[in-house]
Design a protein around this ligand. Structure first.
Ligand code: UDP
Length: 415
């Protein structure tokens, strides 16, 4: 029986606003599952690297969930690529925080992303508890599907991931595809890989109220609104949507006065220059008045955007799952996504959206034109989207995680 879990999120804090910098789906995953684990009687301490002197060492995120800000390296202006050099310092802070408690304080360590897996590996050994690890993204997979001009993940990360795969007691994959990649590309033992689908907050992301949402967001009632939500980086390929919008207008000049493309999110990683780059791209394609940029937005505000949109477009080169796709569907808005990684699970092709092979803007333009011409198809997919998304509640994710935690702890007790 599990009472207390140490969750590690070294490179991004659960207190950060997702949708910009390094904060995205993983932050949402950690917050949503921690809250629900706490509701099920499991206390969760989330250890993250302090990024500001102003942060108190401990912050209560929700009843039973604490965020512990560990000092490791300079507070601000430390890029993710520089973090491997701070892992020793982070591990030391982690071990010191635990040493302040009675022995046996934590029953299990759950580390997220390879940078957390390394301190997790040491802490789990030191405390004599199991290490459960979620990769969220895999360097070898990312390097196989890089966007043009994107920087490959370094060998250091590949080695780090291989070490964690070799040492973790249990690996949690988001989809069956990711589980297979862990086995085929990293040599994970199949019996040590569990698939646990991430979720969607079904209380925040609810369908309905398109006209009202458009009024509030200042989107014309008769607009054909295409939405992109997420961190602006080459991997997410927002440029494919902008180019597809231009192709759509080439095919259908009659749409000129109605087409609106909204891009919600902030710069991230190697894409730091990308919002400006995207603005330039839009202007060069004559879409300066069509594409609207919105800053990172809280999830309640995002729900309004999903409800207002006719279609959410997710043209990513890779996604380990794609929470945005599920959130849009939960709001009743179909998704046009690339047929890669977790998006093949997150989107029901022909049921809740359309999956597109490759990243040719012409292919996206054709699908978007068809959806414009077929409001009944959009409506059918919208209904299918709500049904498809219901399968992915965070309660189910937390229940599955808890089963994984209990089985790995019991296995060790019996061994
Ligand atoms: N998100 C947000 N505000 C924004 C943009 C994104 O809260 O302005 C959230 C979004 O709701 C989703 C997450 O960031 O839950 C992105 O997750 P996803 O799996 O789509 O992509 P990732 O960031 O993990 O690559």
């Amino acid at each position: 029986m599990i009472n207390r879990v140490a969750t590690l999120s070294v490179h991004t804090s659960p207190l950060d606003q997702p949708g910009t910098g390094d904060a995205g789906g993983m932050n949402v995953y950690i917050v949503e599952t921690a809250r629900r684990l706490a509701e099920r009687g499991v206390e969760v301490d989330i250890f993250t690297r302090a990024t500001s002197r102003a942060l108190p060492p401990v912050v209560e995120l929700a009843p039973g969930v604490l965020v512990r800000n560990v000092q490791a390296g300079p507070f601000e202006e430390l890029d993710k690529t520089e973090l491997p050099r701070q892992l020793c310092s982070f591990t030391s802070g982690l071990l010191r925080a635990e040493a302040a408690h009675d022995p046996g304080h934590y029953d299990l360590v759950h580390s997220h992303y390879w940078l957390s897996g390394q301190p997790g590996w040491v802490a789990a050994h030191r405390w004599g508890v199991p290490l459960v690890h979620s990769m969220h993204t895999l360097a070898k997979v990312k390097n196989l599907s890089l966007a043009e001009g994107d920087t490959p993940e370094p060998a250091l990360r590949v080695t780090g991931e291989e070490q964690i795969v070799a040492d973790a007691h249990e690996l949690v994959a988001n989809t069956a595809d990711e589980a297979r990649e862990l086995i085929d590309l990293y040599g994970a033992l199949p019996r040590r890989v569990q698939t646990v689908a991430p979720g969607v907050n079904l209380e925040v992301f609810t369908p309905g109220g398109r006209a009202e949402a458009r009024r509030r967001l200042g989107v014309p009632a008769d607009a054909y609104l295409l939405l992109f939500v997420g961190r602006i980086q080459p991997l997410k390929a927002p440029d494919v949507l902008v180019k597809a919008a231009a192709r759509l207008l080439d095919r259908r000049p009659d749409l000129r006065s109605r087409l609106v493309v909204a891009i919600v999110g902030g710069p991230s990683g190697t894409g730091k220059e990308r919002p400006e780059g995207l603005q330039k791209l839009a202007a060069s394609l004559g879409l300066g008045d069509v594409v609207r940029f919105e800053p990172p937005t809280r999830q309640s505000g995002l729900a309004e955007w999903y409800r207002a949109a006719d279609v959410t477009v997710v043209p990513s080169h890779n996604e380990s799952f794609g929470l945005v796709a599920v959130e849009s569907q939960a709001c009743g808005t179909p998704v046009v996504a690339s047929a890669v990684g977790g998006l093949r699970t997150a989107v029901g092709d022909g049921i809740s959206g359309v999956l597109v092979q490759g990243h040719d803007p012409d292919d996206y333009a054709r699908v978007l034109e068809n959806l414009y011409d077929e409001p009944h198809l959009r409506e059918r997919l919208g209904h299918g989207a709500v049904r498809h998304a219901r399968v992915f509640g965070w309660d189910a994710t937390a229940d599955r995680l808890l089963r994984v935690y209990n089985s790995v702890v019991n296995e060790r007790v019996c061994a």
